[in-house]
Design a protein around this ligand. Sequence first.
Ligand SMILES: [Zn+2]
Length: 265
Amino acid sequence: MACGLLSSSDKKASELEVLVGNAMEQIVEGTVQVPDWLPQDSIDRKRELMGQFDPTKHKGFVKLVARYTDGDGGYLLRRQTANAVELMVDSAKKDGVILQVRSATRNFDRQAQIWGAKWRGERTLSNGVNLGNASMSDSAKARMILLYSSMPGTSRHHWGTDIDFNAFENSYFEQGEGLAEYNWLKQNAAHFGFYQPYTSKASGRTGYEEERWHWSYRPLSLKLTELYKAEVKYADIKGFDGAEIAPKVSAIEAYVLGLNEELIP
Ligand SMILES: [Zn+2]
């Protein structure tokens, strides 16, 4: 190459480099960075995204100290979420606002018990409807449960980042103590990393009804949402009554991703 020209074999090699280079760029663009607090193995990671693990045996999860809860000492969260909850609840207390965690991590098996009991009519829905004696299509049944409850494998409560505070009715947060608690959260929760995923649907948000009690630790849950969107497919959603309805009701697009836009990656 004394005269500055490439030999034909060198030329082929450099063309190949360009092709491979482009292909690699495309792969990198489509890949979500995996943080060190999640499994690097994609199968293990999908299990975590879908709640298919035992949080009592997971090294990254801790029990919330009972005084931050309704008295139940068994609530589990990812360590970072638990630290942030404790800081926030302490801060609220200084302002005269009492926040009590009433639900935290629920894994796939627990969610499958809740979903199955509602599907079979062993448990009444929060609006008083019992699906055991209802004659409706499976997708109508699923949509009824989905007003407030997730399909197993699609719940943010699988992640160790999401909690429910104080009461499970929006009306509780509309007056008196409940209103003061909600106003405090709206003003201060973001400072501790917490956001309400299921806000009013007036602005066009899809999915679950508003839940003023449900708050999510964004520093972790944003990444989990991003990975869920990239890695979980409808074929993965299985193993409970009505699972085959998931694509028909757009369980991923409308529900998993039907969020307050501050929580959309
Ligand atoms: Zn919740």
